[in-house]
Write a protein that binds this ligand. Structure first.
Ligand SMILES: NC(=O)c1ccc[n+]([C@@H]2O[C@H](COP(=O)([O-])OP(=O)(O)OC[C@H]3O[C@@H](n4cnc5c(N)ncnc54)[C@H](O)[C@@H]3O)[C@@H](O)[C@H]2O)c1
Length: 247
C-alpha cells in the first residue's frame, strides 16, 4: 500500500540530488509534491517528471523571509496545505577559519540554518490546525564528527539538530513530528568540487561501508520519518551514513 497517499509534501532543494530522489520516492508512495529550489527551473523540471499528476515546482531562496512566504503560499495554492516538509536545501564549502570570509560564514548560516527555520515556520500553523504533520530537517555527519575546513558548514548543521529538537517539543502536542536526518557522504553534486583522491581517502578512512551513499538510501530514511511509521519519533536524529564516525 502507498505510504503517503493523500499527503502533500514540500521539498526544499528539490532540484538537488537528495531532494530529487526523495521527490521520486514520495511520488511513488502517493504524495503530491511541491519542489522548491533556488534553481526554480530545475525544480519545475523534476516535478513534471514525477509519477502522477498535480505536482508543482518553483523557485525559492530559503534564506529570504519574503521569498519563503511567497513560495510556500504559491505551493499551497498548487497542491494544498503542506502535510510533510523536507528541508534539504543547503550549501557547502570549505576554508580554514583564519582564511574564511565573513560573507561565506554568513551565507552558510543564512541558507542552512535560517532557511530551515523560515521554511518550518511557514508550514507549522497549518499542520497544527490539521493535527498532523511531519518535518524532516537535514544535518550531516560532519555536525557530529568535526572536520577541518568545514567549521561553518558543521556549525550550521549542528544548529539544525538543536533547532529541530526545540521545534519538536513545541509541535508534538498537535501531532506534528519534527526530526532530523543526518546523512553521510552521498554521491551528489554537493561533492562535485572535491578531488577524487580526497573522496577516496574519506571513503577509506572514515566509511566502514567502503563507498559513498546513494541518494535512494537517504530517500528511504526520509520516507520513514515522513510517514505514519514515525509517529513515536520526536526530535530524534537519524544517522544514515554507512558507519561514518564509528571508528
Ligand atoms: N551529498 C552529501 O554528501 C551530503 C552529506 C551530508 C549531508 N548532506 C545534506 O543533504 C542535503 C541535500 O544535499 P545534496 O547532496 O542533495 O546537495 P545538492 O547540492 O545536490 O542539492 C542542494 C540543493 O539546494 C539548493 N539550494 C542551495 N541554496 C538554496 C537556497 N538559498 N534556496 C533554495 N535552494 C537552495 C541547490 O540549488 C540544490 O538544488 C543538504 O542539506 C546537505 O547539506 C549531503
Amino acid at each position: 500500500m502507498a505510504r503517503l497517499s493523500g499527503k502533500t509534501a514540500a521539498i526544499t532543494g528539490g532540484a538537488g540530488g537528495i531532494g530529487a530522489a526523495i521527490a521520486r520516492l514520495f511520488a511513488e508512495q502517493g504524495a503530491t509534491l511541491a519542489l522548491l529550489d533556488l534553481n526554480g527551473d530545475g525544480a519545475a523540471e523534476n516535478a513534471s517528471a514525477l509519477n502522477g499528476a498535480g505536482h508543482y515546482g518553483g523557485a525559492v531562496d530559503v534564506g529570504e523571509e519574503a521569498s519563503v512566504a511567497s513560495a510556500f503560499a504559491t505551493a499551497a495554492e498548487a497542491v494544498g496545505e503542506i502535510d510533510i516538509l523536507v528541508n534539504t536545501a543547503a550549501i557547502a564549502g570549505a576554508a580554514p577559519v583564519e582564511e574564511m570570509a565573513v560573507a561565506d560564514w554568513d551565507d552558510m548560516i543564512r541558507i542552512n540554518l535560517r532557511g530551515t527555520f523560515l521554511c518550518c515556520r511557514a508550514v507549522i500553523p497549518a499542520m497544527r490546525q490539521r493535527k498532523w504533520g511531519r518535518i524532516v530537517n537535514f544535518a550531516s555527519e560532519v555536525a557530529h564528527r568535526g572536520n577541518p575546513g568545514l567549521s561553518h558548514y558543521a556549525a550550521s548543521k549542528a544548529a539544525v539538530i538543536a533547532f529541530s529538537k526545540c521545534l519538536a517539543l513545541e509541535a508534538v502536542g498537535d501531532g506534528v513530528c519534527v526530526n532530523t536526518l543526518s546523512p553521510g557522504p552521498t554521491d551528489t553534486s554537493m561533492l562535485a568540487g572535491i578531488e577524487e583522491e580526497v573522496i577516496d581517502k574519506l571513503v577509506n578512512d572514515l566509511m566502514p561501508i567502503g563507498r559513498l551513499g546513494k541518494t535512494e538510501e537517504i530517500a528511504a530514511a526520509a520516507l520513514f520519518l515522513a510517514s505514519d511509521d514515525a509517529s513515536f519519533c520526536v526530535g530524534t536524529t537519524l544517522n544514515v551514513n554507512g558507519g561514518t564516525y564509528l571508528h
